[in-house]
Design a protein around this ligand. Structure first.
Ligand code: 6PG
Length: 472
């Protein structure tokens, strides 16, 4: 009979920190990693007796009390399938497989079905907060059977980040709901990071400010509506110095951003669901162009460098950009919540958006002071209309968007005039203008479709569809 309460498979950065966090909270954790030596010394050096290093999966399974909760922290994709395949012959019916990696929700749906058919429960839990979060308190977005979650919840709630004493770990819906919410979280993460980088670019290239000077601006912004983790770490990153060269560290970092796929999945799912998530797409465009560095350098040689100094002495860049970032931020979250709502309806998950906002209030990368008010607004919207989508229909967001409007437009317009790229902020503004335009231009799209393909249209003055124009 095993001693451990739970197992962690994959003792990398996230796994080791989560294991330390759990051990500190009194949970006994069995550990396995391909690098068996590393796990042995890790267990020996930390929380004597609370961490049990296992040499292989058989030993690991034997080390955990039944029904066994087995947390997998593996790179998304085939590795997770291979791991499940290796565990299946070793585990008993009733054991609980928990994928706490960044898996695509469709994989989670399939794995849950396969595992349940074998008599094993499957939870897909999105974990956010990076290494520090895993150690000190991550946010956890659980999907799967509610009853199964409730059985393991105490262990997760103990290690999760707390907001006003409430754990940021919650069951959000069945099958892939947890991983979908994590993917939407990452979409918002991409969007916010890109918008912040765009403000940095405008201050650096448009106003000639140094990295530490811009760092001070972000420190100032890290209050009120912009008080959030990403603005906080941006300020710190901009003020860091490279020990080797003595230059600001950001100035010696190559401008080529990586990505592991969650932002892309979010944008693809948004398109599938017909939910415009322009800020995620803007962020992806930024990352994709960043990766194509050689092409950028070639084009710059042909066209000259785009960024120009902003000549308008009347502009107060700090307050203009601050307001633009507030508006962009509200729109990024709006798009994320709208996306979760649409997926929840499409897959019949019944996700409560206010619960999502509450889970995101602490521990995760997109934690922000505004999330408390977002949770309240989303709760109100759900109660009164049954729709959790329109953050923008509730105060204080209506007032904030109206107040930010001139600066938001000014920022996007100035960036365009001076050739400073702002794909996320400008696509956020376009989204907003599309969203608030009662009479769109799609009547012409319908005319074109009917003209070349006889696709039919609806009329403003009659019911039904299928009308055609006498075009020729
Ligand atoms: C989190 C992060 C985390 C990871 C991202 C990075 O919530 O803790 O989102 O999961 O840092 O997946 O993603 P990219 O490599 O795609 O930027």
């Amino acid at each position: 009979m095993g001693q451990a309460d739970i197992a962690i498979i994959g003792v990398g950065v996230m796994g080791s920190n989560l294991a330390l966090n759990m051990a500190e909270q009194g949970t006994t954790v069995a550990l396995y990693d391909l690098d068996a030596e590393k796990v042995q010394s890790f267990a020996r050096d930390n929380f004597a007796g609370k961490l049990i290093a296992c040499r292989d999966l058989t030993e690991l399974v034997a080390a955990v009390r039944t029904p066994r909760p087995l947390i997998m922290l593996a790179p998304a994709g085939e590795t997770v399938d291979a791991l499940i395949g290796a565990l299946n012959p070793l585990i008993d019916a009733g054991d609980i497989l928990i994928d706490a990696g960044n898996s695509a929700f469709r994989d989670t749906q399939r794995r849950a079905q396969e595992s349940e058919a074998r008599g094993n429960a499957f939870l897909g839990i999105g974990v956010s907060g990076g290494a520090e979060g895993a150690r000190r308190g991550p946010a956890m977005m659980a999907g799967g059977s509610r009853g199964v979650w409730e059985r393991v919840a105490p262990v997760f709630e103990k290690v999760a980040a707390k907001h006003d004493g409430h754990p940021c770990a919650a069951w959000l819906g069945p099958d892939g709901a947890g991983h979908f919410v994590k993917s939407a979280h990452n979409g918002i993460e991409y969007a916010l990071m890109q918008m912040i980088a765009e403000c940095y670019g405008i201050l650096r290239d448009g106003f000639g400010m140094s990295a530490p000077e811009i760092g001070d601006v972000f420190t100032e912004w890290n209050k009120g509506a912009l008080d959030c983790y990403l603005v906080d770490i941006t300020a710190a990153a901009l003020k860091a110095t490279d020990k080797e060269s003595g230059h600001p560290l950001v100035d010696v970092i190559l401008d080529r951003a990586g990505q592991k796929g969650t932002g892309l999945w979010t944008a693809v799912e948004a398109q599938r669901l017909g939910v415009p998530a322009t800020t995620v797409e803007g962020a992806l465009i930024g990352r994709s162009w960043s990766a194509r560095r050689d092409e950028r350098l070639t084009l710059e040689r042909h066209y000259g460098p785009a960024p120009r100094r902003i000549a308008d002495a009347g502009l107060d860049p700090k307050s203009m950009l601050r307001e633009a970032l507030i508006a962009g931020k509200i729109i990024a979250y709006s798009q994320g919540f709208a996306l979760i709502d649409a997926a929840s309806r499409a897959h019949d998950w019944g996700v409560n958006l206010a619960d999502v906002a509450k889970v995101w209030r602490a521990g995760c990368i997109i934690r922000s002071r505004l999330l408390g008010e977002m949770a309240t607004a989303l709760e109100m919207e759900r109660v009164t209309t049954g729709s959790g989508v329109p953050l923008l229909l509730r105060e204080p967001f209506i007032g904030m968007m109206k107040a930010a409007d001139p600066a938001f437009r000014g920022t996007v317009a100035t960036a365009a005039v001076y050739g400073l790229p702002a794909p996320a902020l400008s696509s956020a503004l376009n989204w907003f203008d599309l969203a608030r335009t009662g009479q769109s231009t799609a009547n012409l799209i319908q005319a074109q479709r009917d003209y070349f393909g006889s696709h039919g249209f609806e009329r403003t003055d009659r019911d039904g569809g299928g009308y055609h124009g006498a075009w020729r």
